[in-house]
Write a protein that binds this ligand. Structure first.
Ligand code: BGC
Length: 766
């Protein structure tokens, strides 16, 4: 008989449900006949919560506010409250693990491994973000999950952060748009998203203790907007508090974050759970806004929100109202998800799925997202390749034959298969050309240790030289070289728990590339990784084509082949700046990373990513928002139309984009707002809208992006409000943050103040 996770999980769960049900049936009193109000789904959720709450004993309530396994809280079967089942994560539904994260080895917990979320952000396509969430949501429902732990929306403060591949880049507006659509797609399937990590988990170095000093305006303008959008626009039902401290208080115990901002200013009604093991004490946790303590190990009774909480309640140290406030939110989410059932009629156990959870249709979506995410950074008329016009293709590089989905930390996915770049290229080319593979370098192990040889033994410097020599020979004899290198998910690269130490390409790839490009200048470089790397000019200036492929998910190899050979025209744009060198990045330039003695001061303030490079006039290697296509696009006829009364807002930014090349393709048009004479310090420009259009060769389309008052606002700490200051603004429309073909002027006639509470983010890009 097939042993499955579902049968394991459902059997004890429903056996427990059955016992109280049978007891209740035996009692058979008139009281049992009365249908309690909370079971009436015609009643408002608040009334149902009010009715159910007093029926719980103190111990039962306590059981709802802390973990009862790695990914669940306890249920109260006598009242029809099931366990709340969670799972990672942001890039697909994680495999089943035990309480110590050891894989259980089930046979039905494979799922679709989508590309990393930084790649998703590189699509700049809100429909794609919605599809991304939809796929995860659908598979989560089939796997019996209630809350999915994602999306992860922390802002990329430094390209070194080990989890950047899970996040959505350096810009709060782009991240917000992608997150809202992801969450709406996922929650429409009947599961809750859990937006994480609230807030500013922007470095993994000492993440469990680091005290981040961040000024209030920077928090509100840079690190919080995606969370606010998740709450106020997407109606996210749960939020995960981060590991780090902000301004001296751990995020799970941070009254300002959880109470003042999340619950009060933004009116969040759902529940806040801690990151795994991110609670440090009972007192502050009880009073400062956390609702569920997660990530602990057995015995769960000793959790901060278990026995110590109960003791404090019994002794009068804590008011029961503090516990009730947490339980109310737990029940609210359960009612919203339709989880509460009539205990006298427990739901039948779900039948085991008979079809694979990762369907062909979902895998195709994974492939399309990957295709749309690739960013063409350089192309001297070299790509796309023509498979019928080359006799020998050399595929070189350790990442060509590597797999990535089942690694990187909690975002790892057990995919039913993963198509490597090499496999994708071989499959695509078929017998049209000969393919020769040379590894070129041993993919690095943890902390950059020399990767092992194929027989598992440690590689020496001599082995590496031999491998590189072989690759150079192979490159010489080929018509075309496809080099696939970059980073991987080993510790110290793109992996939860640590950051990169440098932006260098590991395993001597700069040197190897220089040799390969010299040996054969007909080389395309494909880099896989979670963001910027430094690129040595000695190969970069010579190489005719460069493509950034992020972590492309289970269908990555197929997607790559289709882009390289021109079935798909690349349309991705960078969601993060690629600097020339680490020293140019704001946190490094200001010596403000990774911190000293447990504290890191966000000295650059608002100047994160392109806000820094553009305000300071530092030339990046590739700017934010940049990406080429196999065709070209012309921007013309900018027209600003004011729609409102006294303020002129909302403002419609209209312009035309024409495809002036000879291939169909998609273009992302970016709209930046630049205050001309601001009364307060402002970054030189900020992204406030974008649109993606698909055009046939010769086709022209009029595009309209709407800017409302949010597009002009800064956060005023004194009045705790968003201020859209009257005055002059430039409206910049461009292909990237540094390629602005159209500029218009807008005069905002009067200052607008708005409290955060009623804030609505711009709807233009939804
Ligand atoms: C990560 C979270 C994840 C949780 C559960 C933590 O270490 O920071 O993102 O959801 O583990 O796996």
């Amino acid at each position: 008989m097939k042993t499955t996770k579902l049968s394991f999980r459902l059997a004890p769960r429903f056996f427990l449900l059955l016992v109280p049900a049978l007891l209740a049936a035996r009692v058979g009193t008139a009281r049992a006949q009365e249908r309690p109000l909370y079971l009436d789904d015609q009643q408002p959720v608040a009334a149902r919560v009010n009715d159910l709450l007093p029926r719980l004993t103190l111990a039962e309530k306590i059981s709802l506010v802390h973990a009862n396994s790695n990914f669940s809280t306890a249920g109260v079967p006598r009242l029809g409250i099931p366990e709340l089942i969670m799972d990672d994560g942001p890039l697909g539904v994680r495999e089943e693990v035990d309480n110590h994260f050891h894989a259980l080895g089930h046979v039905d917990d494979f799922s679709t491994a989508l590309p990393g979320a930084l790649g998703l952000a590189a699509t700049w396509d809100t429909n794609t973000a919605r599809l991304f969430g939809t796929v995860i949501g659908q598979e989560a429902v089939q796997r019996g999950k209630d809350i999915m732990l994602g999306p992860a929306v922390n802002i990329q403060r430094t390209p070194l952060c080990g989890r950047n591949f899970e996040y959505m880049g350096e810009d709060p507006f782009l991240t917000s748009r992608m997150a809202v659509n992801y969450i709406e797609g996922e929650q429409a399937q009947g599961v809750s998203s859990c937006v994480k990590h609230f807030a500013a988990n922007s470095q993994e170095f000492e993440r469990g203790s680091i005290n981040e000093i961040i000024d209030e305006r920077t928090l509100r303008e840079i690190y919080l907007p995606a969370f606010r959008a998740a709450v106020q626009e997407a109606g996210v039902l749960s939020v995960m508090s981060a590991y780090n401290q902000i301004n001296g208080q751990y995020c799970s115990e941070n009254a300002h974050l959880l109470k003042d901002i999340l619950k009060s200013d933004w009116g969040f009604k759902g529940l806040v759970m801690s990151d795994w093991g991110a609670v440090h004490q009972t007192d502050l946790t009880v009073f400062n806004g956390l609702d569920i303590e997660m990530g602990t190990h057995p015995p769960y009774e000793s959790n901060y929100l278990a026995a110590p909480f109960l003791e404090g309640l019994n002794s009068g140290k804590y008011p029961v109202s503090a516990l009730d406030a947490m339980v109310r939110r737990h029940l609210y989410v359960m009612f919203k998800l339709n989880l509460i059932y009539d205990p006298s009629h427990p739901p039948a156990a779900k039948p085991e799925p008979t079809t694979p959870l990762s369907t062909k249709a979902h895998q195709e979506i994974a492939r399309q997202i990957a295709e749309e995410s690739f960013v063409l950074l350089k192309n001297n008329n070299f790509l796309p390749l023509d498979a019928t016009r080359v006799k020998t293709i050399a595929v070189i590089g350790g990442n060509a034959a590597a797999k990535f989905c089942h690694a990187g930390g909690s975002a790892n996915i057990k995919a039913p298969f993963e198509v490597t770049p090499l496999a994708g290229i071989i499959d695509y080319v078929g017998n049209r050309a000969k393919i020769v593979f040379a590894e070129g370098y041993y993919p690095p192990g943890d902390w950059g240790a020399p990767g092992p040889k194929p027989d598992g033994r440690k590689s020496t410097a001599a082995d590496s030289r031999k491998l590189a020599d072989q690759a150079v020979t192979v490159a010489k004899s080929a018509d075309v070289v496809i080099y696939v290198g970059g980073l991987n998910h080993k510790n110290g690269f793109d992996c939860e728990g640590n950051d990169r130490k440098s932006l260098e390409l590991p395993a001597g790839q700069d040197k190897l590339l220089t040799r390969i490009v010299r040996a054969n200048p007909r080389t395309v470089v494909v880099l896989i990784g979670g963001g910027a790397v430094e690129m040595d000019k000695s190969w970069l200036s010579r190489v005719p084509a460069l493509l950034y492929a992020w972590y492309p998910g289970m269908e990555g190899g197929n997607a790559l082949a289709r882009v390289l050979f021109g079935d798909v025209n690349p349309s991705g744009k960078l969601p993060c700046t690629f600097p020339q060198r680490l020293a140019d990045t704001p946190a490094a330039a200001l010596n403000a990373y990774p911190g000293e003695k447990g504290t890191v001061v966000y000295k650059e303030g608002l100047l994160v990513g392109y806000r820094w490079y553009d305000t300071k006039g530092i030339e990046p290697l590739f700017p934010f928002g940049y990406g080429l296509s196999y065709t070209r696009f012309a921007y013309t006829n900018l027209d600003l139309v004011q729609n409102g009364g006294a303020t002129g807002l909302p403002l419609t930014v209209g312009f035309e984009i024409a495809n002036i090349g000879d291939r169909a393709g998609a273009e992302v048009a970016e709209v930046y707002v630049q205050p001309v004479h601001p009364g307060v310090f402002r970054p030189v420009k900020e992204l406030k809208g974008f649109a993606k259009v698909f055009l046939q060769p010769g086709e022209k389309q009029r595009v309209a992006v709407t800017l409302d008052q949010n597009a002009f606002a800064y956060y005023d700490v004194g009045t705790r409000s968003w201020v859209s200051e009257k005055g002059e603004y430039k409206i910049l429309v461009g292909r990237s943050s540094r390629d602005i073909p159209l500029t218009g002027d807008f005069h905002l006639a009067q200052t607008i103040y708005r409290a955060d509470r009623v804030a609505q983010m711009a709807q233009s890009a939804r």
